[in-house]
Design a protein around this ligand. Structure first.
Ligand SMILES: Nc1ncnc2c1ncn2[C@@H]1O[C@H](COP(=O)(O)OP(=O)(O)OP(=O)(O)O)[C@@H](O)[C@H]1O
Ligand SMILES: [Mg+2]
Length: 259
């Protein structure tokens, strides 16, 4: 089985949380599942920029990315966050390889919208590097940075990066570890099972907004592209990764058909 696990940045900020997740993910890999990891780092980015007197601006949930910001993306996302996660997974026994979408065409992007600057939309993903690595027992740990056709570097939303990679690599499951229990309805009740239509409705009705809107957009595109199961769970819940892979029903599950 191939599983892509996407870890939200806020779960990686605290060393205890990072090491706890790393131990669970390494255990899943040790049980024979081929695992690739994509991570975000929005919180770390905002803090890094703030320390340098740069205010973060968002349009439709996406960070406006200037030349200065993209340099910070490389230092923070592809640098510290990626390396610290690889170190935690490595110490838990995983044979990690830290990389970005730029390596061997794992994610090629084009500019999403001139208003957003260097924010990319992934237009192709060559997963042969990932297959080679995971086939040989390594665990790719991918920062959500993509390359352009002309050598540009793009900042890509972690969820859409995860989906592009999961689809190209033909992952059987995609697990989003985030900072909320799952997808919540208007009365803040968890929705355990959602179809693509449910996701579209939650977005249209303004119930899923910001980061969750991006996640549901990504999830529906993953399901449409053949990923059998997408899960959204709270990464800080005890033994959450182990429980998901043991078949327990935590969080929200997004499925293709009307079931
Ligand atoms: N209907 C909803 N149900 C649950 N969360 C929602 C909903 N609508 C909006 N949200 C917001 O979406 C957030 C999760 O997305 P967010 O982008 O912040 O995290 P992430 O994708 O896990 O991390 P990162 O962006 O760093 O990779 C929640 O913290 C919550 O504030
Ligand atoms: Mg997000």
């Amino acid at each position: 089985m191939r599983a892509l696990i996407k870890i939200g940045g806020s779960l990686l900020d605290d060393p205890a949380s990072r090491h706890d997740l790393a131990r669970q993910i390494a255990a899943v890999a040790a049980s024979g599942v081929q695992v690739a990891v994509v991570h975000g780092g929005g919180k770390q980015m905002t803090r890094f920029l703030e320390e340098r007197g740069i205010k973060s601006t968002f349009v439709r949930g996406l960070r406006v990315t200037t030349r200065e910001t993209i340099d910070a993306v490389l230092k923070v996302l592809a640098g510290s966050v990626n390396t610290q996660l690889a170190a935690a997974l490595g110490s838990a026994g995983a044979r990690t390889v830290g990389l970005t979408g730029i390596d061997s065409g794992v994610a090629v992007a084009e500019q999403l919208d001139p208003e957003l600057g260097f924010v990319g939309r992934v237009i192709s993903s060559d997963a042969s590097l990932l297959s080679t690595l995971t086939g040989a027992g390594y665990m790719p740990v991918i920062a959500c940075v993509a390359g352009g056709a002309n050598g540009e570097v793009f900042n890509v939303n972690g969820d859409s990066m995860a989906v592009a990679v999961a689809s190209a690599w033909k992952a059987d499951r995609l697990v989003f570890l985030t900072d909320v229990l799952g997808v919540l309805d208007a009365s803040k009740t968890i929705l355990p099972l959602l179809t693509i239509e449910d996701c579209r409705r939650l977005i249209a009705e303004g119930i899923a907004t910001g980061g969750m809107q991006a996640k549901l957009d990504a999830a529906t595109s993953a399901v449409s592209n053949g990923v059998a199961e997408v899960r959204i769970v709270r990464g800080s819940d005890a033994r959450i990764v182990s429980r998901v892979f043991a078949g327990e029903g935590a969080g929200s599950r997004i499925v293709g058909g009307a079931n």
